[in-house]
Design a protein around this ligand. Structure first.
Ligand code: IMP
Ligand code: MG
Length: 181
């Protein structure tokens, strides 16, 4: 698995401190609120698991599985809900926890769907942000960002290529030879 990695972009130690900082900010901002963390599976599972333990205020969690229509490398932006939330979100301060914000199309569509369910508020937390990749048509600004990264395909810490590499404990750049076969 390690042979397929070009370079380590974010080390385990850096990830730990990034997530701790996010947790501190969220705990402060939501201390008088009704926080519900929503994890969009599968990529966000590692971020969610670490972030929820860095949050020091009471909160609830829920999970969603969505798939975007279109080819693997190009998201159409239209999202199909494969697994919906277990409970209504009315009255909750929803924070969507994402692994990476790329074109932003998936999250922009998902946010619209969830807004229609009348939560008290809805915000976005993403571990990684590739601002250079944002689709022109998409108006999305993440409220909490772990760090911005250049336009490279990265894997690890939940992020996959072809469902692999999610279990790497760091974020690394995947060798082009792996996906340009
Ligand atoms: P978008 O923001 O709608 O383009 O899609 C974001 C999704 O694309 C993420 O949740 C990931 O599943 C996937 N994705 C985007 N960039 C990468 C990457 O560099 N590595 C792994 N998955 C990625
Ligand atoms: Mg994802």
């Amino acid at each position: 698995m390690l042979n397929d990695i070009e370079s380590v972009l974010i080390t385990q130690e850096q990830l730990k401190s990034m997530v701790e900082k996010l947790g501190e900010r969220i705990s402060e901002d939501y201390k008088d609120k009704n926080l519900l963390l929503i994890c969009v599976l599968k990529g966000s599972v590692v971020t969610m698991a670490d972030l929820m333990r860095a949050v020091t205020i009471p909160c609830q969690i829920d999970f969603m599985v969505v798939s975007s229509y279109g080819s693997e490398s190009k998201t159409s932006g239209v999202v199909k809900i494969i697994k919906d939330l277990d409970h209504p979100i009315k009255g909750y301060d929803v924070l969507i926890v994402e692994d990476i914000l790329d074109s932003g199309m998936t999250l922009s569509y998902l946010t619209k769907i969830l807004k229609n369910r009348n939560p008290s508020s809805i915000k976005i937390c993403t571990l990684l942000d590739k601002p250079g990749r944002r689709a022109e048509t998409v108006e999305i600004k993440p409220d909490y960002v772990g760090c911005q990264i250049p336009d490279e395909f990265v894997v690890g810490y939940g992020l996959d290529y072809d469902e692999k590499y999610r279990n790497l404990p760091f974020v690394g750049v995947l060798k082009r030879s792996v996906y340009e076969k």
